[in-house]
Design a protein around this ligand. Structure first.
Ligand SMILES: Cc1ncc(COP(=O)(O)O)c(C=O)c1O
Length: 445
């Protein structure tokens, strides 16, 4: 038994499923990935095996692991006495920095996780509009709290008709009554969206969306879709709420709102913002943000909101991200990786489709056509995907599995050319393994 297996045995006695967070179990492996340390784009397991990390902390480690500037930020917090629950000059400096980078961020509040920030942001939208319902898109994921943990990856036989999805409760323990506050709409379906707005406009506090739907792999909005959502939200006084937990800083310093050229009323930034440390930010229009106490009547507070360690980490991370040439380098890495995967798919003829934007991507297995909504994504082949992930792992390339749901993968600025080439070698060999195991899923010449 190796050290990973030993720890998994022991962990199961103390941590349900042997993990501290459910999604850390990797179904492709049959156990969780326990990590001894990370450095740049590499991670090391307990048995000393080295992997090129294509999960990068679900997107949080956009700068790679063990970054010297993030370590210096942590040391600065130590020198300041690890003070907690006090604001500092750095909290203001970070808000100012975010406001300078993200188009819709006139004002900022902090939280620890994406889940937490979205909960507080939705409360603010309700306080501002005096309305209670939330429109969300099928296949979009907005964290684990009861307001919106619906239909992020519903089984197709329980999701309702494609043009009028029903809210699917994603977790046991969610009160049925929460369904009354949520309206689920198919993504990229303008008619369905317009129908839902026509029926519920006066009740809607917010339209929440992943502007790039990475949680269903990587689905971009069709031309004109987000613009129309923006237009109708404005017309009906509904808060347009971008969940930029995963998209923030992923393809541009201003995130998806800069990339798409559409500015939301509120946006939550997460993951990459903290450089691997736990920080999220609720950002938005001054007029709406001013509803937070002590100015307005909406509560947002907590002992650990904007803890000094991640605030200093985020300042350092945003310095890096906003340095000249950062995105040219990031896109260069992407070009090399994505061009390589496309070549591999052509050479092996495995029926699979790569979709990507910025530093995040997916491979939809068993899929030929462009994927533009969750229902198409959900028809991917789970067995092919798990075979691929496992074969990559065996070759020292780590991809995470999200419980069989379509997975999103990514890279960091620390992935150098040789690392990408090494990843591509592993991916090519893994694709050959998929081809052997699923001969009926190979395209004709
Ligand atoms: C788009 C999106 N929103 C919200 C969340 C929840 O964020 P967190 O895991 O920090 O709570 C995630 C990721 O986990 C996400 O991808």
């Amino acid at each position: 038994m190796n050290l990973t297996q030993q720890l998994y045995e022991e962990a199961q006695a103390y941590l349900p499923g042997g993990v501290s967070a459910s999604v850390r179990f990797n179904r492709a492996l049959g156990y969780p990935m326990y990590i001894a340390r990370g450095d740049g784009c590499l991670i090391y397991d307990l048995d000393g095996r080295e992997y090129v990390d294509m999960c990068v902390s679900h997107g949080a480690s956009l700068l790679g692991h063990n970054h010297p500037k993030i370590k210096a930020a942590i040391r600065q917090a130590l020198d300041m006495g690890i003070i907690c629950s006090y604001d500092t000059v750095y909290h203001v400096a970070l808000a100012k920095k975010i406001a300078g980078l993200v188009p819709g961020a006139e004002m900022v509040r902090y939280a620890g996780s994406g889940t937490e920030a979205i909960m507080h942001g939705l409360r603010l939208a309700r306080a501002y509009t005096g309305r209670e319902k939330i429109l969300k898109f099928e296949g979009h994921f907005h964290g684990y709290q009861d307001y919106v943990y619906f239909s992020s990856a519903p089984p197709l036989d329980q999701a309702g008709p494609p043009e009028a999805p029903v809210p699917y409760i994603e977790s046991a323990g969610t009160p049925e009554g929460m369904k009354q506050y949520i309206i689920i709409v198919p993504f990229n379906d303008l008619e369905g969206f317009e129908r839902a707005v026509a029926a519920h406009a006066d009740e809607l506090a917010a339209i929440i969306m992943e502007p790039i739907n990475y949680d269903a792999g990587c689905i971009l909005p069709l031309p004109g879709f987000v613009e129309r959502v923006r237009e109708l939200a404005t017309r009906h006084g509904i808060v347009l709420f971008f969940d930029e937990v995963l998209t923030a800083f992923r393809m541009a310093p201003g995130g998806a709102q800069e990339y798409l050229g559409v500015t939301p009323d509120l946006a939550v930034l997460g993951k990459a913002i903290g450089g691997g440390l736990p920080l999220s930010a609720i950002t938005g229009k001054r007029e709406i943000m001013a509803h937070y106490k002590p100015v307005g009547k909406c509560q947002h507070s907590g002992t650990y909101m904007g803890h000094l360690v991640p605030v200093l980490g985020a300042l350092a991370a945003l310095e890096e991200i906003s340095a000249p040439g950062f995105y040219a380098r990031l896109n260069g890495i992407g070009d090399r990786l994505y061009g390589g995967i496309e070549d591999i798919l052509r050479r092996t003829r495995v029926k699979a489709r790569l979709q990507h934007l910025g530093a995040r991507f997916t491979i939809y297995f068993g899929v030929d056509e462009p994927v533009t909504n969750y229902r198409q994504a959900a028809r991917h082949s789970v067995p092919m995907m798990l075979t691929f992930l496992r074969a990559c792992y065996e070759r020292g390339i780590y991809f995470h599995d999200y419980g069989g749901n379509v997975a999103h993968h990514g890279f960091s600025i620390a992935h150098t050319g040789p690392h990408i080439d090494r990843a591509l070698e592993g991916i090519e060999a893994a694709m050959q393994a998929v081809k052997q195991a699923f001969p009926d899923q190979v395209r004709a010449r």
